[in-house]
Design a protein around this ligand. Structure first.
Ligand code: FPP
Length: 239
């Protein structure tokens, strides 16, 4: 099918990549195998989103809750992440992708953080799609930090300033204030939950749930989601 069936395209897409563990367990493989194949899906989906001209792709790669998984799984995931950050550098640069992350990044192991900072700095001047990973990310934590930022601002400006605060004053304190609100949120593995992901930014997003697990989500499944988005009428509360 031609790309025409995919338009209008969302400018900004966010994805909750779910079901890596289930996918592996169903095949009698260790959970980590699901994450490894899931990293391949990250590559395919990123490449295809950039090719199509989507402006921002935000992937939920590691939540604040994920730290509670076994030490072994957390260690393997961090290793996979570091490997991804190194191996994808050429692809990121060749495709003009801008790489960023949101979350409590100072909680990441120093080696992962260093690789992240290298990739971020190297790609900062690129002009193509923004690929943003949510790492050690939780939306309530992000909103609490933003509320603290706004409260400090109001204290500095005096009590009268409270009523004058607007949405943009809060947005300024989000992890990435320049992030476009996602037009489309995709979640895999059939789950109908937001799981503490981008609660501010997803206010007007269209939701799409794919039945397949993340390791199986590739170009064809992405196209299916985009086709579904293209067929929707967005009204933002208007009649
Ligand atoms: C959900 O599957 C996925 C994660 C917790 C992590 C996502 C990580 C990757 C896709 C691979 C590494 C990422 C990059 C960017 C290289 P799950 O383990 O929660 O699955 P389950 O619900 O079936 O247990």
């Amino acid at each position: 099918m031609s790309d025409a069936s995919l338009t209008p395209l969302p400018e900004s897409v966010a994805i909750i990549m779910d079901g890596n563990g289930r996918w592996a367990e169903e095949r009698g493989e260790p959970r980590f195998h699901g994450h490894e194949v899931g990293a391949e899906s990250v590559r395919s989906v990123t490449r295809e989103c950039a090719r199509l001209g989507i402006k921002e792709l935000t992937l939920y790669a590691f939540s604040t809750e994920n730290w509670r998984r076994s030490e072994q799984e957390v260690g393997l995931l961090m290793g996979l992440l570091a490997q991804f950050l190194v191996q994808e550098r050429d692809e990121i640069m060749d495709n003009g992708i801008v790489f960023r992350a949101i979350g409590e990044l100072d909680q990441l192991p120093p080696a992962v953080r260093e690789e992240y900072e290298r990739t971020r700095d190297m790609s900062a001047q690129n002009g193509g799609m923004i690929l943003r990973l949510a790492l050690s990310y939780g939306s309530r934590r992000e909103l609490l930090r933003a509320a603290q930022g706004v409260a400090r601002l109001a204290l500095e400006q005096g009590e009268g300033a409270v009523e004058a605060l607007g949405e943009d004053d809060l947005r300024r304190f989000l992890y990435d204030p320049s992030m476009r609100d996602p037009d489309l949120l995709i979640r895999t593995a059939g789950e109908m939950r937001l799981s503490n992901f981008l609660l501010w930014q997803l206010s007007y997003a269209e939701l799409y749930v794919a039945e397949c697990c993340w390791p199986e989500f590739r170009e064809a499944q992405l196209h299916e989601a985009l086709r579904s988005f293209a067929a929707r009428e967005r009204r933002y509360g208007k009649a």
